[in-house]
Design a binder for this molecule. Structure first.
Ligand code: OGA
Ligand code: NI
Length: 350
């Protein structure tokens, strides 16, 4: 029998390692103290718990979050119906170089193809966002969602929009707790909701005949502030554990949402919280659906460590960067035209 040493296993990082670590899950946090008449003590205990989870894992799950289960069921069923459409129908709302929203099957990436298909839409519709044009300039465009024209179209749009509205309510609550956990006023992040460019993605990972050779989604960090993910009951998401770099499978908890710290929160908090790598493995028998909501600020936001998070002893660890340009550059890379998909916050590290 062939023995693989750990260096070899690390080298084939795009393939899942043999999994023996399923026992320890990411922290599970009960948000019910928010629903009861505000008891300041339990809210600060909750904020401290969120702070620990952000620091130790960069990932946690929340229950008793107040999102109505019907809303989740509605968007999950809309997603299943959309991906079940013939490819030709889905291609009618395909994304292109001019507009990053719509359907995308991953074939355009120059990297190993991710075993998935996605549909993206902006929470505010339309939004103003920069796009790299053919002349190589960054151009501000009005981007409109590309809604599919299938019956019942209205129900699809309604399900997506209702879901986005619920995610926004949840992200407001979570950002208040994150602010408290960093010793900031609870409304510190409210200013970033003005002209927000948040988006929602419907992910479909089909069953894969050779799951050991593919990933649903390769290792990456999320670029936004926070991500809220609804995963179905098929496990697939793996998180890189900070203590030892092992990939930990996140076992689905019914009705829970998975929250993770994105790059922008890492910069704002001046490395107090870190955006953690994660990836998605595929399944030989079962398809999997997931729905992340990415909280993004206005395109003109200069992302830099918050003034309260720096001091003489703890100077800023990042130079400021423009959010719209950062994201547009990532989109351009994803579209496969240029070798630019690797823009990372580490490039702005001081
Ligand atoms: C993502 C992501 C995880 C999942 O879309 O950025 O990490 O479980 N998705 O689909
Ligand atoms: Ni992600």
């Amino acid at each position: 029998m062939v023995e693989f040493d750990s260096a070899f296993i690390q080298a084939i990082e795009h393939r899942p390692k043999p999994r023996c670590i399923e026992a320890q899950n990411i922290p599970l946090i009960d948000l019910s103290p928010l629903n009861s008449a505000a008891d300041p003590d339990s809210v600060s205990a909750l904020a401290a718990e969120i702070g620990r989870a952000c620091r130790d894992w960069g990932f946690f799950q929340v229950i008793n979050h107040g999102v109505p289960p019907e809303c989740r069921e509605k968007v999950e069923s809309a997603s299943r119906k959309f991906f079940a459409l013939p490819k030709s129908e889905k291609m009618k709302v395909s994304r292109d170089a001019a507009n990053p929203f719509g359907y995308y099957d991953g074939e355009h990436t120059k990297n190993v193809r991710d075993w998935k298909e996605v549909f993206d839409f902006a929470v505010e519709n339309p939004i103003v966002f920069p796009v790299w044009n053919e002349r190589g300039d960054l151009e501000l465009r009005k981007l409109v969602n590309k809604w599919p024209q299938f019956f019942p179209k209205l129900r699809f749009v309604e399900a997506c929009e209702e879901h986005a509205a619920e995610m926004e309510k949840l992200v407001v609550k979570l950002l208040e707790l994150v602010a408290l956990s960093l010793g900031l006023p609870k409304d510190r992040f409210n200013v970033f909701f003005k002209d927000q460019t948040s988006r929602v993605r419907l992910n479909h990972y089909p069953a894969c005949p050779a799951p050991h050779l593919a990933l649903g989604l390769g290792r990456h960090k999320d670029t936004g502030v926070l991500t809220i993910l609804a995963q179905d009951d098929v496990p697939g998401l793996e998180v890189k554990r900070k203590t030892d770099g092992e990939w930990i499978l996140v076992n689905p908890t019914p009705r829970a949402y998975i929250i993770n710290v994105g790059d922008i929160l890492q910069v704002w908090s001046n490395d107090e919280y870190e955006s953690v790598e994660h990836r998605v493995i595929v399944n030989e028998e079962k398809e999997r659906f997931s729905i992340p909501y990415f909280f993004y600020p206005a395109h003109y936001t200069l992302v830099e460590p918050l003034i309260e998070m720096i001091s003489e002893d703890n100077p800023a660890k990042f130079k400021g960067y423009n959010w719209g340009e950062f994201r547009a550059t990532r989109n351009r890379g994803n579209f496969g035209k240029l070798d630019a998909d690797n823009i990372q916050i580490s490039h702005f590290r001081i």
